[in-house]
Design a protein around this ligand. Structure first.
Ligand code: NDP
Ligand code: BG6
Length: 512
């Protein structure tokens, strides 16, 4: 496929692409086939089909499109439709009856049962796709929603036997992209035997979240932030991911990866790179990804002394008991896999030298949230330091981007308490999304699927970014595993291991 001249893609100067220059073929009718490989799985049911329906509902899909489910499970078209219909919701506008839209969508969904390593079965799929495509210019999008050990087989079979003959073929690949530098490099090499880098869309769904998208807008389109965005004004930056549930149901997968690979190396590091990058030349995908990669290359690999790991233990509260990580029957009783980690990272460039970038990620904690917190330096010679009820440390400004839940951007400022005295307290300038933008926010998968369909790569991970990301974490992961570092236990539903506070204190930081 990579070498097939018929499948070559036309790239517009801005980086968007279409199968042919629109000026040359305005009347060519085209059709889009979206194939979800692993259609019977959890992610397909929970995220991919609902996101496709939402895009259809919003009229964001091309007029002529079909959705195919592919997996080994025995199902017919109707059974697939039944399965999908159980998770579709009309979240866009609840007043509208969208039963008709659902019916229309489901009529365009088809199923083909096959093995992931069978060229023959993908050739049968190709036949079905061709029937629907009916000789039109056909574009094909594959979403690999399968366990990583079968990615390469599926790509090989799909690209050899079921890629488009006259339009584009793109493949969305789900994480994990390997377990370390070597396995990730091997995966990239294998995928590139069958696909060009332009055809591979490595998804990190955190890049599709509304607030993460807004990070660059906030910074680059408001004069008040960009001048402050450096070591001169910022004391530290925190990237926090916390879930109030454990690994229930996913223990088998999780035990092989752990929280550092599951969340830090991808979701949090990607946000960090976007946060810290220099101003890109343009919003073009390559310009943005070039800047992100520079940030990653300016960082030194994580040091063990700058990392703490934890694992949740069982806990009883209010008559309810919550299991330990190792109570999961798919997890070995003596597992040392971290379900919590905190780390301090540094970017060695002129803008960020010496500023701690702290990450914290954990499962089974007391709350569910994802946040970026920017703590600013003290006001030099603060005239009002006597007027705070609290200590001065708390009186520095802090900018918080609450990625989820209840999206918000707020800035903690010092303010005079109204009255005749002169007492100051901390207040928030608060942009609460649900108050300002009552319309429901699209799911990250909607944005990313639409981008892949449009050939927009800005929010997908390029292979050199991936290499640089693994380069930062691989030595640490190896050391933790080789030395069999024992994670600090923390009770299910707690704030996590106390070691995270010592780590922050080492850099004069308090977690927000
Ligand atoms: P599942 O475990 O549900 O697997 C998806 C499908 O793959 C299954 O329905 C099954 O279909 C097939 N499959 C499962 N195990 C095997 C196997 N050992 N050999 C061959 N086929 C198998 O995965 P998810 O849907 O949870 O995730 C899909 C991908 O997305 C994975 O790479 C995962 O890491 C990633 N991901 C998942 C998230 C989630 O929330 N679920 C979040 C982020 C990423 P059948 O038996 O019908 O062929
Ligand atoms: C996935 C991780 O990538 O992200 C899961 O594998 C985690 O462990 C999930 O639960 C969190 O995503 P979200 O969008 O629910 O915050």
């Amino acid at each position: 496929l990579a070498g097939n001249p018929l499948a070559r893609e036309y790239v517009e100067p801005q980086g968007r692409e279409t199968s042919l220059p629109s000026s040359l073929s305005p009347k060519v009718e085209s059709t889009l086939s979206i194939t979800v490989v692993g259609a019977s799985g959890d992610l397909a049911k929970k995220k991919i089909f609902p996101a496709l329906f939402a895009l259809f509902y919003e009229d964001c899909l091309p007029e002529d499109f079909n959705v195919f489910g592919y997996a080994r499970s025995n199902m017919n078209d109707n059974e697939l439709r039944d399965m999908i219909s159980r998770t579709l919701t009309c979240r866009i506008d609840k007043r509208e009856n969208c039963e008709d839209k659902m019916d229309q969508f489901l009529k365009r969904c088809f199923y083909h049962s096959g093995q992931y390593n069978s060229e023959e079965h993908f050739a049968e799929l190709d036949k079905k796709l061709k029937e629907k495509e009916a000789g039109k210019l056909s574009n094909r999008l594959y979403y690999l929603s399968i366990p990583p050990n079968i990615f390469v087989d599926a790509v090989r079979c799909a690209s050899l036997r079921a890629s488009s003959a006259n339009g584009w073929t793109r493949v969305i690949v789900e994480k994990p992209f390997g377990r370390d530098s070597e396995s990730s490099g091997e995966l990239t090499r294998c995928l590139k035997q069958y696909l060009s880098e332009d055809q591979i869309f490595r998804i990190d769904h955190y890049l599709g979240k509304e607030l993460v998208e807004n990070l660059s807008v906030l910074r680059f389109s408001n004069l008040v932030f960009e001048p402050l965005w450096s070591r001169d004004y910022i004391r530290n930056v925190q990237f926090i991911f916390s879930e109030d549930f454990g690994t229930e149901g996913r223990g088998g997968y999780f035990d092989n990866y752990g929280i550092i690979r599951d969340i830090m190396q991808n979701h949090l590091l990607q946000i960090l790179a976007l946060f810290a990058m220099e101003t890109p030349v343009s919003l073009d995908a390559e310009d943005i990804r070039n800047e992100k990669v520079k940030v990653l290359r300016s960082m030194r690999p994580l040091q063990l002394e700058d990392v703490i790991i934890g694992q949740y233990k069982g806990h009883s509260k209010g008559g309810r008991s919550f299991p330990a990580y190792v109570d999961d029957p798919t997890v070995p009783k003596d597992s040392l896999t971290p379900t919590f980690a905190a780390a301090a990272l540094f970017i060695h460039n002129a803008r960020w030298d010496g500023v701690p970038f702290l990450m914290k990620a954990g499962k089974a904690l007391h709350t569910k949230r994802a946040e970026i917190r920017v703590q600013f330096r003290h006001v030099p010679g603060n005239l009002y330091k006597r007027n705070f009820g609290t200590d001065l440390d708390k009186a520095t400004n802090e900018l918080v981007l609450r990625v989820q839940p209840d999206e918000a951007i707020y800035l903690k400022i010092n303010n005079k308490v109204p009255g005749l005295g002169m007492r100051l307290d901390r207040s928030d300038l608060n942009l609460l999304y649900r108050a300002r933008y009552p319309r429901e926010i699209p799911d990250a998968y909607e944005r990313l699927l639409l981008d892949a369909i449009e050939g927009e790569r800005r929010l997908f991970i390029r292979s050199d970014e991936l290499d640089a990301a693994w380069g930062l974490f691989t030595p640490l992961l190896k050391e933790v595993e080789e030395k069999k570092i024992v994670p600090e236990l923390y009770p299910y539903g707690s704030r996590g291991p106390v070691g995270a506070h010592y780590l922050a204190a080492k850099y004069n930081v308090r977690w927000g």
